[in-house]
Write a protein that binds this ligand. Sequence first.
Ligand code: AKB
Length: 315
Amino acid sequence: MKKILLTGALGQIGSELTLKMREIYGADNVIATDIRDNGSDVVQSGPFELLDVTDHKAMFDVANKYEVDTIIHLAALLSATAEKMPLLAWNLNMGGLVNALEVSRELNCKFFTPSSIGAFGPSTPKDQTPQDTIQRPTTMYGVNKVSGELLCDYYYHKYGVDTRGLRFPGLISYATPPGGGTTDYAVDIYYKAIEDARYTSYIAQGTYMDMMYMPDALNAIINLMEADPSKLIHRNSFNVTAMSFEPEQIAAEIKKHIPNFVMQYDVDPVRQGIADSWPNSIDCSAAQKEWGFKADYDLAKMTVDMLEKLKKTVT
Ligand code: AKB
């Protein structure tokens, strides 16, 4: 990877990945794009272009202008928003993806896009979900993710585009809040713990989902993209996870640092329904074997870091 273009660079993953990639590969070699300009570090610290990913010509022109050799396609709607606006989700998630794959084919770029635990559904084995298993999701986001995995495989087999992907669990970060996901409660809870020592969870007690701290997610993307292609048996997409917990467990971990923290529940049927259709925990042994995936943060270590970082920014 020498010249990298990111779409959705102001989103939850993009805003941290862009800065980390600029440190590693040089600011001028990492081109950030998004549909909006928020004046943040991502916009200020290197090349930035406004880009609507549903516009193929605009994407081709930006990638061609900077002569990029890698496309990291992150622009997408998350699960809860996609469920509210399924047609928009199909058009944006699939339209953006096929454009990014086409530009990668046309300009001979290496390609990454995230998949998700959302690519699994109620008929998937729930515990230690295997890498290769039943994928019949019941959400629009899940339908997009499975279709996306297949499309990325298609571009690899048909055109030789070097496509790679990760099935991310819920991602937790102190830098940029996510928007419209089902796992977002596990981010919100830290903000509310610091602000008023209480949180009302929209996900019910006893609902296990996989999660990962953002530094591990960023390393996973970079390590997968740097991996020797001859070692990759799978490509789109690898199961990765760092921890699996239910709301009571994250609340108990926070209480170790904020003893008066109180957890309450007001379950949202839509997001609960999505969570119930996803695995409790996934097996990431293929990622470990094929390119050495490893996560450094568990729930305890992540909680210490989240609370420490947020205390400095949230009042
Ligand atoms: C979401 O909740 O939609 C995402 C995901 C697990 O893909 N965080």
